[in-house]
Design a protein around this ligand. Structure first.
Ligand SMILES: [Zn+2]
Length: 470
């Protein structure tokens, strides 16, 4: 008996171990892990999870993989033998069943937008994010700071409640599918950071002269710098006055880095973007040439000249006649004993060979008898190059004088880049940029026409009686 019993024990042992060995292979379950959104649409994480184990084993549910724009809000699983469903935590587990299916459920994160009051998109450097399950009540995060703007409210498309309007720390929304939270920002009114008088010569009124230069711009004319407090639109279209001469007494720089100039246009004062002026003085600290600067008028509003025995006297006198006719008054007159000259006309063959004509910078002259200080200057023609080559024609020589006399009337150059050519495009108020007689380019093809703007600019000097008061 004892022997027989030992045999049976041995057999059972073999059977039991054998059975276990076979079953271990058969019980390694096949499993599937799925990812869907709350509408059942399949999502694909870049690093999916996997499940493995034997039938009936307890398996920790892996951390849900990250899917951009979504938050895992739960899972379900098909284990027939227990485990848990719902919100995932690090202790979530399941009991592996046959054909185990684990499905992570993701909720699409609400879209958060930032717009200005016109609906234009803004960018927050530290955007907010919101996540949660559909139907959950979520506190709306404090609006992120966007420089130059203030959040004035928000809208959201929750169908199931929540609130809209001005944000407060208790604002909330009920998360829905395709939830969109939109913060609305109002641009802060710019403030005046600095106020600067335009540089001007002490012998002239405290003005700086420009022409309106609208080009492709679309500036308005305002009662105050645009965007600041009480600015109202006085004229929507500065283009109507393009190339009209204006004068300005000051400019301001605003907190939004724009600059506005206070201009007088046809007798009325306006504020206009400084970029709409012919010379962007605010970018150049007032340096450079302007359409109008110092002139050679005497107190009576005349320019008295004395003329040497110059080679092209006829061309000079024709230029004088052209200007006098254009201005409708004999501004240029010969000096006499009672009317001393402020302008001397000479020939100067020693000028640089790139300078066909020159009006010297005016200099003060003290009359020893009267003690009066007056401006006086010299206008000279470079006779070593004038009369030859492309300066041979008498018409061209007359234009040289026309141009120089323009300077004595107070006209600067059009087309000057001033101190910073990379910023200031060459510009003229002539219809064709290169034919204005006051164009800076050169004396041949570049300067031909005494334009209506040249004449208007010279007339403005007279209207304002900008005669040096000696
Ligand atoms: Zn010149």
């Amino acid at each position: 008996m004892k022997k027989v019993s030992l045999f049976f024990v041995g057999l059972l042992t073999v059977l039991v171990f054998g059975l276990f060995g076979i079953n271990a292979k058969a019980d390694s379950v096949s499993s599937t892990v799925n990812y869907i959104d709350t509408a059942g649409v399949v999502l694909t994480p870049s690093t999916p999870d996997s499940l493995s184990g034997t039938l009936g084993s307890k398996v920790t549910i892996p951390t849900p993989p990250t899917i951009p724009g979504y938050t895992c809000t739960g899972y379900n699983e098909s284990s027939s033998s227990g485990g848990s469903s719902g919100g995932w935590s690090s202790s979530s587990y399941l009991i592996l069943g046959n054909n185990e299916v684990l499905t992570y459920v993701y909720t699409q994160n609400p879209t958060v937008k930032y717009v200005d009051t016109t609906g234009a998109a803004l960018t927050a450097s530290a955007p907010v994010s919101i996540s949660g399950t559909v139907g959950s009540k979520v506190t709306i995060p404090a609006p992120p700071t966007i420089p130059g703007y203030t959040c004035s409210g928000y809208t959201e498309n929750s169908s199931s409640g929540g609130s809209s309007g001005g944000w407060s720390s208790s604002s909330y929304l009920i998360l829905g599918n395709n939830q969109v939270l939109t913060y609305v920002y109002t641009e802060n009114a710019p403030t005046i950071v600095s106020r600067t008088a335009y540089h001007s010569d002490t012998n002239l009124p405290q003005y700086q002269f420009f022409a309106l230069k609208e080009g492709n711009r679309a500036d308005g004319l305002y009662s105050a710098p645009f965007g600041t407090g009480s600015a109202t639109v006085l004229n929507t279209d500065a283009k109507n006055y393009d190339k009209t001469i204006v004068y300005a007494d000051e400019y301001v720089t605003l907190s939004n880095n724009t600059s506005y100039s206070h201009i007088n246009l046809n007798g009325n004062w306006y504020w206009v973007n400084s970029l709409a002026l012919s010379y962007e003085a605010t970018e150049n600290n007032g340096a450079g040439n302007y359409p109008i600067s110092i002139n050679m008028y005497n107190k009576a509003g005349e320019i008295r000249y004395e003329i040497d025995d110059v080679k092209y006297k006829d061309q000079f006198l024709q230029a004088v006649q052209q200007w006098n006719k254009a201005l409708g008054v004999d501004v240029f007159l010969q000096a006499d004993n009672d009317h001393p000259a402020t302008l001397t006309i000479t020939d100067n063959p020693n000028l640089p060979n790139t300078t066909p004509a020159q009006t010297d910078p005016p200099h003060g002259v003290k009359n020893l008898i009267t003690g009066v200080i007056a401006w006086k200057t010299n206008l000279s023609l470079n006779t070593s190059i004038v009369g030859q080559g492309n300066l041979a024609s008498l018409g061209t020589i007359e234009i040289l004088y026309l141009h120089e006399l323009g300077h004595t009337l107070g006209l600067g150059h059009t087309g000057d880049g001033g101190g910073n050519n990379s910023k200031i495009a060459a510009w003229s108020w002539a219809t064709a940029q290169d034919n204005d007689v006051m164009w800076t380019g050169g004396p041949t093809n570049d300067q031909e026409v005494l334009t209506s703007q040249d004449i208007a600019a010279a007339q403005l000097v007279r209207t304002l009686k900008m005669y040096p008061d000696f």
